[in-house]
Design a protein around this ligand. Structure first.
Ligand code: SF4
Length: 225
């Protein structure tokens, strides 16, 4: 019996919770579609705008977008093309590697991204209505599930430097390129970039060798693109 089998759902909390998460994912898809219809954007275009608004600069490429959307390079390139036609995105060579094309939001793209960034507020409001103890339990439980899915390679976690295994705060405070250091790309980090989302984030603390290996293998794949 699967977790879709209605008889099983009432048997085990794990099956019931899996169904609840599935319904939440459907609700997220629905909210994305509704917002997209209102603003003449597809759900993938909304995700791309939010990616370009919050991802660290070096990740804002077509390959980075493909990773974020969990899709192929060709599909991500098509999403970028559509946003470019709408004058929301531009393409330009990455300053540190001119063979790689970076994506950037235009002024209109920044405004559009700001207009859609509250798309999941309904979900957050539903969670915020729970008692504090339930929210804390939900946070612990969902983080553990996400960690396991990350280790299995099913999901990529984008977070900021401050909780990252590779982050070295104030490693070289006088460096004009940035006071902090990323041991993953072995490069200085300016303060503002440490508050952006990074696809190479690996949580500090309960470090799993498999998660680090996954991050390393992603880096190699990106170099081959
Ligand atoms: S790998 Fe970690 S420290 Fe480096 S930029 Fe990404 S989040 Fe920041």
């Amino acid at each position: 019996m699967s977790s879709f089998d209605p008889r099983r759902r009432s048997d085990t909390p794990a099956a019931a919770i899996t169904q609840a998460l599935y319904r939440i994912s459907q609700a997220i898809g629905h909210l994305m579609r509704l917002r997209g219809e209102a603003r003449q954007l597809s759900p993938a275009q909304i995700q791309a705008l939010l990616f370009l608004r919050f991802a660290r600069p070096g990740a804002r490429t077509v390959g980075g977008l493909a990773e974020r959307l969990a899709t192929t390079y060709a599909t991500a390139s098509g999403v970028a093309d559509a946003l470019e036609r709408k004058a929301l995105v531009t393409r330009q060579p990455l300053p540190e590697d001119r063979r790689t094309v970076a994506l950037a939001l235009t002024e209109a793209g920044q405004q559009e991204a700001a207009a859609v960034e509250d798309v999941l507020d309904e979900i957050e409001a539903a969670i915020a209505s729970l008692p504090d103890a339930d929210q804390e339990a939900l946070l612990r439980g969902t983080q553990a599930v996400v960690r396991r899915l990350q280790e299995a390679g099913y999901v990529q976690v984008y977070e900021m430097c401050w909780g990252c295994h590779f982050f070295r705060p104030n490693a070289h405070p006088a460096d004009p390129r940035g006071p902090h250091h990323c041991a993953y790309v072995d490069a200085p980090l300016p303060e503002p970039n440490t508050f952006l989302e990074c696809p190479d984030f690996v949580p500090r603390g309960a470090i799993e060798p498999r998660v680090v290996r996954l991050a390393e293998s992603r880096k190699q794949q990106r170099r081959r693109r």
